[in-house]
Structures are given as C-alpha cells and as structure tokens.
Design a protein around this ligand. Sequence first.
Ligand code: GTB
Length: 216
Amino acid sequence: MRPIITAFAAAPDRGQGQARDMRVRWALEEAGQPYDVRLLSFAQMREPAHLAIQPFGQIPTYEDGAVALFETGAILLHIAERHRSLLPVDAVARARALSWMFAAINTVEPPIVEREMAELVERDKPWFDARLPALDAHVRKRIDALSASLDDAEWLAGAFSVADIMMVTVLRRLDGWNLLETCPNLMAYVARGEERPAFRRAFDAQYAVFLASGAR
Ligand code: GTB
C-alpha cells in the first residue's frame, strides 16, 4: 500500500518549498517509496476527519495501513525505520543521528520559527525593530554552534541520514535573512542537500501543487 501524506492545497510560501510536508516528501523520495498526497484547504484541516489524525489541525500527516502519524519527527523516524538507507545500521551511530534529527526540530528550528512569527504578526508594532536583534542573536547562537559541530564534514552523522533531511529543511527557513552567510560550511551543507535528486523531486512535486493552485 502506498503511504498517503497531507499537504497544503494552497501553500502560503508561494512555492518556496518551506511547508513541512517537504521533509516528508524528501524522505520518501530518498527511500524510493512512492506515495500519494491528499491536499487540504485550511477549512479541511479543521474538520473532524483530519483532526482525528492531527489533533492540532496541521499538515503534514502520514497514513500507511493501520499507521496514522502526525509530527514530522515521528513521521521521518517511521520512514527511516522501514528504509535502511536513511539511518545508520550500527546502534551507536544510529542513536547519534537521531540526536541530530531531534536537535534540528527541538533546538535549531524553534528560534527560527519565533523570528518568522515575529515578522508575521509584529512587523508593524512599535517594538519590532528593537526586538529583532535579540531574535537574530538567538538564531545565530544555534547556527554558530551547528557550524562548529559540522566543521568540514559532509553530513551530520557520517553518511547522509534523516538527520540531514530535517536539518537542511530547517536551515532553508533562513532564506532571505542573511544569517547563514557567516557560516560558509552551513551554506555548502544546505546546497549539498538541495542538490540531491530526491530533494529536487520532492521540491518539484510540492511546486507543482503551487502552480496548480495558482491556476485555479
Ligand atoms: N510540529 C509539527 C510538525 O513538525 O509536524 C508542526 C506542523 C506545522 O507547523 N504545520 C504547519 C501548519 O499546518 C505547516 S508547515 N500550519 C497551519 C496551522 O497551524 O493552522 C509550517 C509552515 C507554514 C508556512 C510556511 N510558509 O509559508 O513559508 C512555512 C512553514
């Protein structure tokens, strides 16, 4: 049975590949696992059928036979457990890769999301300009530490893994902020991820949804 994932019918990012179904699509493409996509409007995301799978009314979700998952960390772990190429076989290396995957979601992504939210809802507030340097500093603290850890390695935990899918998609959210520019190794790391054929296929599939929604 082909897994079914959910995604925005009309993504607010206008085809930039930023919505979180991108990381699920990329993992499935790396795994060579064909999948179907159920596109949802914001209204459909609030309907009981979707809330039964995603209690917060968000995308993406993942369904595969009896399994119905939400949270991209859980979904990527599930995919990686079924496709050996996405996590090291050695238990110690695998645990290390998982630490990096959760670091991407729990440590690196939150200050990025906090800054995004401030741009979205506080941009016209009188305190926004004064607050921005502190938001940037929080993001910078995380990416500087990540940059030092990655050093000149190709990927975070030996061979390419779900940790890299998660981290690259998180770092891509910095596009346009000029924060990554002081970390050339992270810029090269993101570029390496984006050059992978599986990333390209995932991006093109999400972009096709954007084109179709614009045409409606
Ligand atoms: N912790 C959850 C996970 O990892 O699965 C978070 C899921 C999540 O934030 N989903 C977002 C969502 O459904 C879409 S991806 N939001 C609607 C809602 O909460 O009502 C986040 C996202 C949205 C839009 C852009 N963009 O336009 O650039 C980027 C990222």
